[in-house]
Design a protein around this ligand. Structure first.
Ligand code: CUA
Length: 329
């Protein structure tokens, strides 16, 4: 590479790297109390690392530039004790003292009476169950939270280890078969954020995402109330044909649509699937075309998914099924 190209390349890389720090899945642009603590810790750790790096480079430059001659014992002692013992002890000790209290703070539980949500990691999607006074309200792959409240998440998995992580809002927590782990979240601003599974869990680990929608408490309460209601019945003939196809082709063996005969427990609850932002755990945008793509080409979209692709559906049935599911708002 020609020498004058190097600074330009560095500039492009620097811009690309900084741009990557922004967005809906960045731990460096916090939108939660715990993410703020973690981002601050990251800043201080980076500063500490920079001090150590500058000291090491300074000593290296000194060693290269200095004329070859005997050092006095005193100079040698200063270098070894100062650079090898005192500096690391002071810098690392200060970082340790600063960092230690952060851990209990980000693991602090939610107060008694806080909103509780069970989240189960599946291969490769998320079952989300809100525990309310009126019962459990189930949804999937989308977590809605009220801003400014500390919320308790209870995390579990039936088979393999997953890890629940919304970098913008909090730290990550493993979901371990046979036990329930807890993570408290406290969103500090409204918006849409992206979460992902942070532990390799099988073929489609990279397609196991979700969104977190943080709203004002009033909007959240209205949303939760709506999610608790049964599905709205099919309103036109196309959707009615789609509902019939859903029941005839065995979709109801795995999926629940409250208010219809579908009561399967294996796959995501689809009662209000049309109201979600994404399909297939953050993989596809939510529209009728994506429904048809997902149902007809499941294996291509998400390798290893437990849902088989329904290639036997006629084009008309597939379109009607997509319209029916899209209608479930
Ligand atoms: Cu679930 Cu990786």
């Amino acid at each position: 590479m020609r020498p004058h190209r190097v600074p330009r390349l560095l500039l492009v890389l620097a811009i690309a790297t900084t741009a990557a720090c922004d967005g809906i899945q960045s731990a460096l642009v916090p939108a939660g109390r715990d993410a703020e603590r973690i981002a601050r810790l990251f800043g201080v750790m980076t500063l500490g690392a920079a001090i150590v790096w500058i000291a090491v480079v300074a000593v290296a430059v000194y060693a290269v530039r200095r004329r070859r001659e005997r050092h006095s014992h005193r100079e040698v002692n200063y270098l070894v004790v100062g650079g090898g013992v005192a500096l690391p002890t002071v810098v690392l000790g200060a970082l340790l003292l600063y960092g230690l209290p952060v851990l209990p703070a980000v693991l602090a539980p939610a107060p008694d009476g806080a909103l509780r949500v069970h989240i189960t990691g599946k291969q490769w999607w998320w079952r989300v169950q809100y525990v309310t006074s009126a019962g459990v309200v189930e949804t999937a792959n989308e977590l809605r939270l009220p801003v400014g409240q500390r919320i308790e998440l209870q995390l579990s998995s039936p088979d393999v280890i997953h890890s629940f992580w919304v970098p913008s809002i909090a730290g990550k927590m493993d979901m371990i078969p046979g036990r329930v782990t807890r993570l408290a979240l406290e969103p500090t601003r409204t918006g849409v954020f992206r979460g992902a599974c942070a532990e390799y869990c099988g073929a489609s680990h990279a397609w196991m995402a979700f969104v977190v929608v943080v709203t004002e408490p009033g909007a959240f309460a209205a949303w939760l109330g709506a999610q608790g209601r049964p599905a709205q019945p099919a309103t036109d003939t196309v959707a009615a044909r789609g509902e019939a196809a859903f029941l005839a082709h065995g979709c109801s063996a795995c999926h629940t649509i409250r208010g219809s005969p579908a009561g399967g427990q294996i796959g995501p609850d689809l009662t209000h699937v049309g109201s979600r932002l994404y399909l297939a755990a953050g993989t596809l945008p939510n529209d009728p075309e994506a429904f048809a793509t997902w149902i007809g080409q499941t294996e291509r979209i998400k390798p290893g998914a437990h849902m088989p692709a329904f290639r036997t559906l006629s084009g008309n049935d597939l379109a009607a099924l997509a319209a029916y599911l899209d209608n479930l708002r």
